[in-house]
Design a protein around this ligand. Structure first.
Ligand code: TXA
Ligand code: MG
Length: 320
């Protein structure tokens, strides 16, 4: 199936919004690059993003909302961040902020982190689509993993055409470069990714920006790497064919004879469902206080590669 390319009409935007609300993948223009959007509150729709991009890990996604008031329902916005948001939203700036308790954003979208990368795009079509959808929309750049970011609907169709449900064509992206990403460590703004808004412009508002290398030497130095810091409190044992006393068993597919799964990633062995559930289930097992989790083997194909990548990181020896 090849994606339908829709022009910017009220009727088409209603259709695109409906596709998003029902778990579809919709590529849409922003002023930076085209995004591959899914309902950020729907684990399964978010899992389809990783599948469509063939992303080998679950790098967390940027969540798009139509205005800063809606952002404030999903994340805590400290004063320093508010001043920057007042100046640069809507625009090509993403802020990484603490997730609000009870925030409905998918744990897969944030790769299990307790922060959410959030942005209010300035592109008029994007904002109308976000308003019409009425949900936060998770969207990485709409390109296959490892390829160039798309700045036209034709780029999206060429790279991802058969994996997307709808492409909304808003013409070429005016900036053509991904958003600048800022995090806040101990209240100080840190430049995590240079991008569409120049660091100097931001520094004119908030003083000099730290870089992860200088300011926070113990932190990883690229945003993508932050994701690898998520691990459940429980110790994981992978490719488990049996379960020991005191271990939870996290299943995939039918459990081996005589074993019952404490939780399952997918009883039917569906990798999209397993990806969708991965972080939510690990959080759930932590909440129940399991100290050790035996995890069933997951096939190393399709989304299984990303699931295994995350499980291996979560199972790796911890710094202390
Ligand atoms: O301009 C853009 O930012 C485009 C448009 C579509 O908004 N999106 C985009 O997304 O470039 P993507 O997935 O290609 O890049 C998102 C970056 C990744 O480097 C990811 O690691 C980082 O944002 N990121 C997302 N959530 C994060 C978090 N909670 N903490 C740290 N970094 C995060
Ligand atoms: Mg990208």
């Amino acid at each position: 199936m090849t994606a339908e390319i829709l022009s910017d009409t009220p009727d088409n935007l209603r259709r695109a919004a409906e596709a998003l609300r029902t778990g579809g993948l919709v590529a849409f223009p922003t002023e930076t690059v085209y995004g591959l959007g899914a309902d950020a509150t729907d684990d399964r729709a978010v899992a389809r993003i990783f599948q469509a991009k063939n992303r080998p890990d679950f790098n967390p996604l940027i969540v798009h909302v139509p205005d800063a008031d809606i952002a404030a329902t999903l994340v805590d916005i400290p004063d320093a961040a508010q001043r920057i948001a007042d100046q640069f939203w809507p625009g090509g700036l993403t802020l990484v902020l603490p997730r609000k308790p009870g925030s409905p954003v998918s744990r897969l979208a944030t790769a299990g982190l307790d922060t959410i990368a959030i942005r209010v795009p300035a592109h008029d079509l994007a904002r109308r689509l976000l308003r019409e959808t009425g949900r936060p929309v998770a969207a990485p750049s709409a390109n296959p993993s490892g390829r160039l970011s798309p700045t036209t609907a034709a780029h999206v169709a060429a790279g991802l055409g058969d994996a997307v449900d709808v492409i909304v064509d808003g013409g070429p992206c005016p900036l053509g470069l991904e958003s600048t990403i800022l995090g806040f460590f101990d209240g100080r703004p840190v430049l995590l990714r240079p991008g569409a808004v120049a660091a100097e412009e931001i520094e004119a508002v908030c003083g000099s920006l730290a870089t992860p290398e200088t300011e926070t030497p113990t932190r990883p130095n690229a945003p993508g790497q932050l994701a690898s810091h998520y691990a459940p409190r429980a110790a994981l044992r992978l490719n488990a064919a049996d379960v020991d006393e005191g271990e939870a068993f996290l299943g995939f597919g039918p459990p081996p004879a005589g074993m019952a799964a404490t939780e399952t990633l997918s009883a039917g062995g569906d990798l999209v469902e397993a990806a969708a559930r991965l972080f939510a289930v690990l959080h759930e097992l932590d909440t129940h206080g399991w100290a050790r989790i035996a995890v069933a083997p997951i096939p190393e194909t399709g989304l299984g590669r990303a699931i295994n990548d995350r499980l291996r990181r979560a199972a790796a020896p911890r710094p202390d």
